[in-house]
Design a protein around this ligand. Structure first.
Ligand code: MN
Length: 245
């Protein structure tokens, strides 16, 4: 095991359980983090219920999404999402793939997801939409082939998240606290935008506002402990945290 990997395993457990606790994930979805000190690999759990994840569930993968050590554990079919994005985006250090109820209307309708409040700026000025059908025709909608993961990574481009037609979303972060911030506030932004549409006209952050507010979000979410500490305590209070936290 790499030197820092045991701490990171613990943080993956916390991030995953926080995201379940904040309704970003349910029985489905997965979090990964690039291997500390080795850009050529990543850590992700075996296929298991995210709210029950423990550090021992977390395995090491190559960027080809093969397990580094032989394992009999069941693996997430969609892990190519993670490997192909890490290949395409050296700046991305953490990824979540999820299907939150908040984001699904934007995966279904033609309405673009746009930043509508300060913390919502974490989604960026532009959120790309990936239509798997364009490249691959009729599929099960799961992203299981490396070429499907590559197509998704191309659609993501330099943005922080990508919506997936009739499926869900994939969100990236500079580290795990940043990832949790982005994922939670992507959902809050979607909820606020959906509610605002029901009321009437929707005001949107300008590109300049989205850039400045987005930079502020990155500082608070990724490089202060404030939001991580908040969601960690919410997790403890819910009784859904890991037994040793
Ligand atoms: Mn999925």
């Amino acid at each position: 095991m790499h030197e820092l990997a045991s701490d990171v395993r613990r943080d993956i457990v916390l991030a995953t359980r926080m995201l379940v606790n904040e309704s970003v994930m349910d029985a489905f979805g997965h979090v990964s983090v690039r291997l500390p000190g080795d850009p050529g690999g990543y850590l992700m759990s075996r296929a298991c219920a995210p709210n029950l994840i423990v550090a021992g569930d977390i395995l090491e993968f190559t960027l080809e999404s093969d397990p580094v050590e032989p394992t009999k554990a069941q693996l997430f079919a969609e892990r190519v999402i993670h490997g192909e994005i890490y290949k395409a985006r050296p700046d991305v250090m953490a990824i979540v793939h999820c299907h939150p109820t908040s984001l699904l209307p934007f995966c279904i309708s033609a309405t673009p997801l746009v930043p509508v409040f300060l913390m919502g700026a974490t989604i960026g000025h532009h959120v790309p939409f990936w239509n798997q059908r364009d490249d691959f025709g009729d599929t099960s909608l799961l992203v299981v082939k490396p070429e499907e993961g590559r197509s998704l990574a191309r659609a993501l481009g330099q943005n922080s998240m990508v919506l997936m037609r009739l499926h869900g979303a994939t969100i990236t972060g500079a580290n795990l606290p940043d990832l949790v911030f982005r994922a939670v506030y992507a959902c809050r932004n979607a909820d606020a935008q959906s509610a605002a549409h029901a009321l009437g006209r929707v005001a949107v952050l300008s590109p300049g506002e989205a850039e400045r507010a987005g930079a502020l979000c990155s500082r608070v979410g990724g490089f202060s402990s404030r939001t991580w500490d908040f969601w960690r305590q919410q997790l403890q209070l819910s009784g859904n945290g890991p037994a040793d936290d």
